[in-house]
Write a protein that binds this ligand. Structure first.
Ligand SMILES: [Zn+2]
Length: 218
């Protein structure tokens, strides 16, 4: 029997490879691979391992050559690849819930923190320092593990969770959006993931509500 060609295109319908990267941190962009959590419009873009790789390449978390290697590995081990995809989605939701809890001034759920720590423990043995232009940069070993796609995200998450700008992580106020971003505006006034998406929708709704109220008064 002929071995199947490695699939390099995600299932149709996912926008993984074209999602806006507005989070300001890799880990926040990662949490934005789903939206409409808790609403009927809940959308999952990480529908398969191929989509996870497509997003990671798009977000420049992994290089194109590494993406190809991982896709070839996934074609040989589809069940293991799917297990990594599930882990990625679980990790993503643990991050999303934790950032929201911190935003509310609460502690993250210990189960979520356990999950995040599990990914940290899985990634850390692979961390390496690599010399770059007279300094050093954070790098990874060559282990051809399918879950190496998660390591840069784990790194980004642990960096942000321990950073001084953690209080600047906000959730878009767009109805049913749920995207997170780092508000780097001077006065901390950013409200929307993208003004032209959620901002203008909210403005349009407010405008029609005003018009309706005015019509009633007349
Ligand atoms: Zn939004």
């Amino acid at each position: 029997m002929k071995t199947p060609e490695p699939s390099t295109t995600p299932q149709p319908g996912t926008r993984a490879a074209v999602l806006p990267l507005i989070g300001g941190a890799l880990c926040l962009n990662f949490t934005n691979t789903a939206h409409g959590r808790g609403t009927p419009d809940h959308t999952e873009n990480l529908v398969d391992y191929v989509a996870l790789i497509a997003w990671s390449k798009h977000a420049e978390a992994i290089a194109a050559v590494e993406a190809e290697r991982l896709l070839a590995g996934a074609a040989r081990h589809p069940r293991a690849a799917e297990a990594v995809r599930r882990r990625a989605v679980e990790f993503r939701e643990q991050l999303h819930r934790s950032f929201l809890a911190l935003r509310r001034g609460a502690q993250p759920d210990p189960r979520d923190l356990d999950g995040i720590n599990r990914e940290l423990v899985a990634a850390l043995p692979h961390a390496r320092l690599a010399p770059e232009a007279g300094a050093f940069t954070w790098s990874w070993d060559d282990e051809p593990a399918l879950d190496r796609v998660l390591w840069p995200i784990v790194r980004s998450a642990t960096q942000l969770l321990t950073a001084a700008e953690l209080p600047r992580v906000k959730q878009c106020q767009g109805r049913g959006c749920s995207w997170l971003f780092l508000d780097t505006s001077k006065n901390g006034s950013r409200r929307w993931c993208e003004m032209e998406v959620c901002g203008s929708r909210a403005k349009a709704r407010a405008y029609y509500a005003r018009r309706k109220a005015e019509a009633k008064e007349r």
